[in-house]
Each structure stands twice: as structure tokens, then as C-alpha cells.
Design a protein around this ligand. Structure first.
Ligand code: ZN
Length: 151
């Protein structure tokens, strides 16, 4: 980050300082925002809560309208939930926070996709496949989330 320059003595002033450390001149000109830092509103919670409800509503709607079977609607819900978690994890990682939701999201998405495929192709013994894919997902997402996260 750029240090500001004191308008009185010309020395560098740390960004979070209200007064010049050298001469005590108040340095509020030019960068008023940094004096009263407005904490970024964490939208992750509301967005996630709203997203869950929307996905639940959409999957229910698909089932009630006959687009998908009631026996498989939960897989669509899990898949949507997974995508939501992935987005949350990516936005977390961008702001330097824990990118853990990515792993959980990919796991849920994988379960959803496999269940939907298994349903469509009438596979009965698909659960072992889920475990295998989940194992791979956990490993791969661990590597990916480490790459996304700024360190
Ligand atoms: Zn000064």
C-alpha cells in the first residue's frame, strides 16, 4: 500500500495514521476514507442463506412441476448447494479468508452429479463410485484451493 505524504513536512505517513508521526500534522486531506475505514460488509452469510433457499425452492419446483423425479430432487439440491459453496470459497480465497468451502462444495457437487447420472442410467451400485470420486475431489481441491489462496 502507498504511504501518504504529510502536507506539512513532506514525510511519509503510514496509511492508518491520523497524524503525521514526524510533526503531528493531521493528515486527513486527500484520503478521508482511510481515516474512518468502513468495515466491508460480509455478504457471504446473507448470500449463502438466500442461495440455499433459492436452490431448495428451485429443486422443489422442478420436482413438483414434474421436470425431475421426487426420488432424485435432493441430488439437484446438493449440486446447487455445492456450486454455492464453491463460489463462497472462491470469494473467500480472493479476500484472503479460508477457502475451505471450496472442498465441501466440490464434494456436494460431485455427489449430486453422480447421483443424477446414476438415476438417469439406472445404476444401482453407485455409492462406491461416490466414495472414489470424493477421495479424488478432496485431494484435487486441496491442491487447487492452495493455489487460489493468496499466500
Ligand atoms: Zn509532517
Amino acid at each position: 500500500m502507498n504511504d501518504r505524504i504529510c502536507s506539512k513536512c513532506g514525510r511519509a505517513v503510514p496509511e492508518d495514521s491520523l497524524f503525521c508521526p514526524s510533526c503531528g500534522n493531521p493528515v486527513n486531506q486527500g484520503a478521508p476514507q482511510s481515516l474512518t475505514p468502513v468495515p466491508k460488509r460480509d455478504l457471504a452469510g446473507p448470500l449463502f442463506g438466500g442461495g440455499v433457499l433459492i436452490i431448495l425452492g428451485v429443486s422443489f419446483w422442478l420436482a413438483t412441476s414434474g421436470a425431475i423425479s421426487w426420488a432424485i430432487w435432493w441430488a439437484y439440491f446438493l449440486g446447487g448447494l455445492g456450486m454455492l459453496l464453491i463460489l463462497l470459497g472462491i470469494s473467500n480465497a480472493r479476500s484472503g479468508k479460508d477457502s475451505g468451502p471450496i472442498t465441501g462444495g466440490i464434494v456436494l457437487l460431485a455427489i449430486g452429479i453422480i447421483a443424477i447420472l446414476a438415476w438417469n442410467y439406472s445404476l444401482s451400485n453407485w455409492w462406491p463410485l461416490v466414495l472414489i470420486v470424493l477421495g479424488l475431489v478432496v485431494i484435487v481441491s486441496g491442491v487447487l484451493s492452495r493455489r487460489i489462496a493468496p499466500r
